[in-house]
Write a new protein. Sequence first.
Length: 162
Amino acid sequence: MPTNATKKTKLSRGEACLARAVPKLSLAVQYAVEVAGLPTRAQVRKWVKATLAVDAEITVRFVGEEEGRSLNRDYRGKDYATNVLSFIYSSTPVQGDLVICTPVVEREAQDQGKTIDAHYAHLIVHGALHLQGFDHEVEAEAEVMEARETEIVIKLGYPDPY
């Protein structure tokens, strides 16, 4: 006769729903540059999954200065390369692209005294939160977003990005 420790129990419908509540991620990672030290696909997946509250289809593209500048100019009207750009196509499920400008990330990591790995993790978390509707244009929203970023980045094993 099985004991409680060995007896298999059937999940209730609510428990089954909770068990399936882990958001699904369809992820593509594109490397448009050949630079040493870029995050692996597995790292990118781990970082994006850590942010997800809903199912998502996301492409993360690592680019050079020229492509980063061109995209920022064409889509945001700002004629310089920036660290991360988020392009949202749908919110339910989340569908979007993140563009990471590697030379900018490398300069920032060095200037801020961060490891390159920690800075990539932070920026991918930051961008993935943007794809889910977080923003930082208004101070109150920025506080919420930064708190969420900090929580996720620390859970991933990196220091507070701020």
